[in-house]
Design a protein around this ligand. Structure first.
Ligand code: NAP
Length: 280
């Protein structure tokens, strides 16, 4: 297949590396000439351009720009496409993107490959990033079957595990397991920084080990992505933050009341529930 990728960063570049290895011809478009050069050097694309018209012959196009640029990019892209071209996106929030993209292109299907790392840009792209990762496809009733099937096939060849759901259900689910953790983890780092005794803060920094590394990882990553999660998934993120804050208040009350058995019950429950959220 001829595959186009707009936005050659962590996700776009990683898609390109895998898709080229599978024998697809990959055409990239990004904003900066240096990014285009590097993407070709790294083998993430066969050719790269600043011009969306270079994707006119593509069979399938991934929109992998930051979320705020996806809808405007599609609007600029459509005059160059033939009707058969399938367009998908990789954005981390689906409702707003899908509802704005579908009216712009009949052959659009929303998607979210749920893999990443804390780096960004083409330098961060890596082979096999999507292996064993969930790939959520969020079609509407009107989405052409062929577009859905093609994306499913490509996602499976990346080694990803395909899930189907509505854009709304996706956004609600990722608020809990992706967007809330970013805010909680960032808040943890911010709270630690409020220690007023400078030597205690320094000591804490020296003593921080794997527990802190695990719990702070997603709060110390891509700033732009965190802002986009809050901006585009505002309603669901606020609902999960509110519930989290209520849970913390409850936990604080148990400790204030020295109610150790309530804490034990709470921690027994969370210990039992945790494996349900972790894939093998
Ligand atoms: P990223 O590493 O910052 O890459 C985005 C790239 O898009 C940038 O390197 C930039 O390249 C290019 N770009 C920016 N504006 C553009 C425009 N108007 N036209 C063309 N290219 C443009 O970000 P990312 O992590 O890959 O995220 C990209 C998308 O993937 C987002 O929609 C995000 O929600 C989604 N996503 C991210 C993750 C994650 O964990 N990071 C996971 C799943 C999905 P130049 O400016 O250098 O050309």
């Amino acid at each position: 297949m001829k595959i186009g990728i707009v936005g050659l960063g962590l996700i776009g570049g990683s898609l390109g590396l895998d898709l080229r290895q599978q024998g697809h011809k990959v055409l990239g478009v990004s904003r900066n000439p240096q990014t285009c050069e590097l993407a070709v050097e790294m083998g993430a694309v066969d050719e790269a351009s600043l011009n969306l018209a270079s994707l006119s012959q593509a069979d399938l196009i991934f929109l992998a720009t930051p979320m705020e640029a996806i809808v405007t990019t599609l609007a600029k892209l459509t005059p160059h496409l033939t009707p058969e071209t399938i367009v998908t996106d990789v954005a981390s929030v689906k409702s707003e993107i899908v509802s704005n993209c579908v009216p712009l292109w009949w052959n659009f299907v929303g998607g979210h490959p749920m893999a990443g790392n804390s780096n960004q840009g083409i330098q961060a792209a890596q082979l096999h990033l999507f292996q064993q990762a969930p790939y959520v496809i969020t079609p509407l009733e009107t989405t052409p079957t062929q577009a859905i099937k093609t994306l499913e096939t490509i996602a499976k060849t990346l080694g990803a595990q395909v899930h189907y759901c509505s854009p709304e259900a996706h956004d609600r689910a990722v608020a809990w397991i992706s967007h809330l953790p970013v805010m909680v983890s960032a808040s943890l780092i911010a709270a630690c920084e409020t220690e007023s005794e400078i030597h205690v803060q320094k000591l804490a920094q020296q003593l921080a080990s794997s527990g802190f590394r695990d719990t702070s990882r997603v709060g110390g990553g891509n700033v732009e992505l965190g802002v986009m999660m809050a901006r585009y998934n505002r309603e669901h993120l606020l609902a999960s933050l509110k519930q989290y804050s209520d849970t913390l208040t409850q936990l604080t009350a148990y400790i204030e009341e020295s109610d150790w058995s309530a804490i034990a019950t709470f921690l027994q429950d969370t210990q039992q529930v945790r494996p349900k959220f972790l894939r093998e």
